[in-house]
Design a protein. Structure first.
Length: 116
């Protein structure tokens, strides 16, 4: 099952179970890991910390595995190496903002933006 099929399946199951969301947006985007060591604990920590700043649910998929994007351990279990493509899915009222910030973080080789 592809990452997008996994997400679609989860959304369909929630719909069948009557789990209705008040969120207004569901967004997803693919992003390439260019960090020399891939998605190890330090980048996973940075990603999870940033993800927790958003109300939206964040899911990350790689190699037919989808995990909670707000969990350092879940992210590390993906074992995504340099050159891997992740599918990041955000579902909630601030999904677009969350997705943009998380993609910028990955694309910057996990160098967080410093406040001005």
């Amino acid at each position: 099952m592809s990452p997008q099929e996994s997400i679609d399946s989860e959304l369909t199951l929630n719909s069948r179970l009557g789990v209705m969301s008040t969120n207004t947006s569901s967004e997803f985007r693919e992003v390439l890991i260019r960090h020399e060591y891939g998605l190890h604990f330090r980048p996973a920590d940075l990603f999870a910390r940033m993800a927790t700043q958003f109300e939206s649910e964040i899911r990350v998929s790689f190699n037919d595995q989808t995990v909670n994007g707000k969990s350092i351990l879940d992210l590390a279990t993906l074992a995504a190496e340099n050159g891997s493509t992740l599918l990041i899915h955000a579902d909630g009222p601030d999904a677009l903002q969350a997705l943009s910030a998380l993609c910028r973080l990955v694309e910057s080789d996990f160098q967080p933006e410093l406040p001005n």
